[in-house]
Design a protein around this ligand. Structure first.
Ligand code: AMP
Ligand code: FE
Ligand code: FE
Ligand code: ZN
Length: 280
């Protein structure tokens, strides 16, 4: 018997993934995922075509997005699921992020120029991967790829490690959105709100703050995290009676070691998310 696997955390060419939504769906079919969601950073544009296509492919797909927020100066990622396709409030939030990112990228590019590295808005906007062009959300991974192409660094990781990482000289956060306001907007849109990759939260204090906020769940199973880490978050999730989701955070060829379906959400939890989605 096939295990029910729903990979509900991955990125397409609408943000920093290297596969188009159509290519992601084909891969999901090939590896026999039962449930699926594309969670691009700060955009929901992939859903316009993907949700309909998934129906024709017999894949249960729910809407999703991964929003960047800041809490006490720390960057926090929040996953939103099961809101109606193209919901106006979510779209408006994405538009705000689009502006934030344009000015933030400008700041980062300025800092890189001070270090003698010339990367332009045009170069990061027109970045291609194979036959695919990145379409909407542009951020540090795109800047890093241009830095590699221009020979300023050897790899994307080197670009993050030396210049673009949160504590590095060319980092900028830009305007920020709080966790609380992001949760509110997603709830107003009838979506479900999940803490993404909790193991990346740097301090216990910040994590405890989040545990007091009105989340619906936590991403307890993540990418290639070992069982010990999962267990810690499952214990907390059970105590809070939260949804406990899982996903790969697949980005395609820019993170070649992470495979689609390497972590997943189980049948029981996915069905709650799916029923929430189709009942909207
Ligand atoms: P941004 O949304 O512009 O702040 O960029 C964040 C994205 O950069 C994350 O979602 C990851 O895909 C990628 N990223 C973050 N840190 C690293 C790293 N050290 N190496 C490679 N990619 C990274
Ligand atoms: Fe990413
Ligand atoms: Fe993330
Ligand atoms: Zn992600």
């Amino acid at each position: 018997m096939e295990i029910f696997k729903a990979d509900i955390h991955c990125h397409s060419t609408y943000s920093d993934g290297t596969l188009s939504p159509e290519e992601l769906l084909l891969k999901a079919k090939e590896i026999q995922l039962s449930g699926f969601s594309i969670t691009d950073h700060d955009t929901i544009d992939a859903h316009d075509s993907a949700i309909e296509l998934a129906k024709t492919m017999n894949i249960k797909m729910i809407t999703g997005a991964e929003f960047s927020c800041v809490h006490k100066n720390e960057s926090i990622h929040i996953l939103a699921y099961s809101f109606p396709v193209g919901h106006e409030s979510i779209k408006a939030l994405c538009e705000k992020h689009h502006h934030r990112r344009f000015y933030r990228n400008e700041e980062i590019l300025k800092k890189l120029r001070h270090h003698g590295m010339i990367v332009t808005q045009e170069e990061i906007a027109n970045l291609t991967f194979g036959s695919q062009t990145h379409k909407k959300t542009i951020g540090r991974p795109h800047i890093a790829q241009v830095m590699v192409a221009k020979g300023y660094v050897k790899t994307v990781s080197e670009a993050f490690h030396k210049y673009l990482g949160e504590d590095r000289s060319c980092y900028a956060s830009g305007q920020s959105f709080s966790v609380e306001e992001t949760i509110d907007i997603i709830h107003q849109a009838h979506g479900l709100v999940i803490i993404a990759h909790p193991h990346l939260i740097s301090s216990g204090k910040i994590f405890r703050d989040l545990l007091e906020m009105p989340f619906d769940g936590m991403e307890c199973y993540y990418s290639r995290q070992h069982a010990g880490v999962n267990k810690r978050f499952v214990t907390i999730g059970q105590k809070k009676n939260w949804l406990m989701t899982g996903g790969s955070d697949f980005h395609g060829d820019i993170k070649p070691d992470i495979h689609l379906g390497c972590s997943w959400t189980n049948k029981e939890t996915f069905e709650i998310l799916y029923n929430h989605f189709i009942c909207q």
